[in-house]
Design a protein around this ligand. Structure first.
Ligand SMILES: C[S@@+](CC[C@H](N)C(=O)[O-])C[C@H]1O[C@@H](n2cnc3c(N)ncnc32)[C@H](O)[C@@H]1O
Length: 222
C-alpha cells in the first residue's frame, strides 16, 4: 500500500509545472494581493483555486456560497466555473478587500455572477439560510475566521442540497492542530470542526493534505 509521499520543494515545483493552468488575470490578482499585508497567507494558493473550479464543475454548481472573500481569488476561480446564469454569493466582514477583486471579476467577465454581502458571517450566513432556504446551494466554500468554523460548517450543512459539497480551507492550520501549546481560539475552532467532521455521519468526508489542508464534506442523500 502506498503511503503519503514527502513533498519536497522540487516535487512541488514539478507538480505546479505539470498541472497548473494559469492566465494573466489570475496572475495579476495574485500579484496585487501579494503586495498587501498578509496577502499571500490569506489568499488560496493557485492550485487550490484550480481545485475549487474543478469541484464546482463536478457538482454541476449553479449556486455557490463563499464565506471569506478577501480580494476574491477563490471567488474568481469559482465564478468562472459556473454557467452564465450561475450565482456566487460571497461573504466578508469588510468591503475593503472584495472591492480590490471587483476589477478582476469584471475583466474576467464574471462580475454579474458575484454578489458580495458585507457583515459578520456569524450573522450573514444564517440570514442567507433564511433567504435561500435549506438545501438550496450546490457548494459552500468556508475560508474566514477559524474560531467560527464549527458554526459555519453547521450553517453550510443546512444550506447545501443532498449531494452538495462543503469545502473547508486551512483544516491543518499551518500545522498548529497537532501542537499541544496551540490553544488559541482559531486553532481550537479548527480542531472542533475536524472532530465534528470525523464523526458526522451525515456527510462523506476527505481531508486533503494539500495547501494548508482542505476538507471536502459531501452531504449524503438520505
Ligand atoms: C483567508 S481570507 C479569504 C481568502 C480568499 N478565500 C481568497 O482566496 O483570497 C479570510 C477573509 O475572511 C474575512 N473574515 C474574517 N472574519 C470574518 C467574519 N466574522 N465574517 C465574515 N468574514 C470574515 C476576512 O476579512 C478575510 O477577507
Amino acid at each position: 500500500m502506498a503511503d503519503q509521499i514527502a513533498a519536497s520543494p522540487d516535487l512541488l515545483t514539478y507538480v505546479r509545472d505539470v498541472s497548473l493552468r494559469d492566465d494573466e488575470i489570475l496572475r495579476e490578482l495574485r500579484e496585487t494581493t501579494a503586495a498587501l499585508p498578509a496577502g499571500t497567507a490569506m489568499q488560496v494558493m493557485a492550485e487550490e483555486g484550480q481545485l475549487l473550479a474543478l469541484l464546482a464543475g463536478l457538482t454541476s454548481a449553479r449556486l455557490v456560497v463563499e464565506v471569506g472573500t478577501f480580494t476574491g481569488y477563490s471567488t474568481l476561480c469559482l465564478a468562472r466555473a459556473l454557467p452564465a446564469d450561475g450565482r456566487l454569493i460571497t461573504l466578508d466582514v469588510t468591503a475593503r478587500w472584495p472591492d480590490i477583486g471587483a476589477e478582476y471579476w469584471r475583466r474576467a467577465g464574471v462580475a454579474d455572477r458575484i454578489d458580495v454581502r458585507v457583515g459578520d458571517a456569524t450573522e450573514t450566513l444564517p440570514a442567507l439560510l433564511a433567504e435561500l432556504g435549506a438545501g438550496s446551494v450546490d457548494l459552500v466554500f468556508v475560508d474566514a475566521d477559524k474560531a467560527n468554523y464549527l458554526a459555519y460548517y453547521e450553517a453550510a450543512f443546512d444550506l447545501v442540497r443532498p449531494g452538495g459539497l462543503i469545502v473547508l480551507d486551512n483544516t491543518l492550520f499551518f500545522g498548529r492542530v497537532v501542537r499541544p501549546d496551540a490553544k488559541d481560539p482559531d486553532t481550537e475552532g479548527i480542531r472542533a470542526v475536524n472532530a465534528r467532521l470525523r464523526d458526522d455521519q451525515r456527510v462523506d468526508v476527505s481531508l486533503l493534505v494539500m495547501a494548508d489542508g482542505i476538507t471536502l464534506a459531501r452531504k449524503r442523500s438520505g
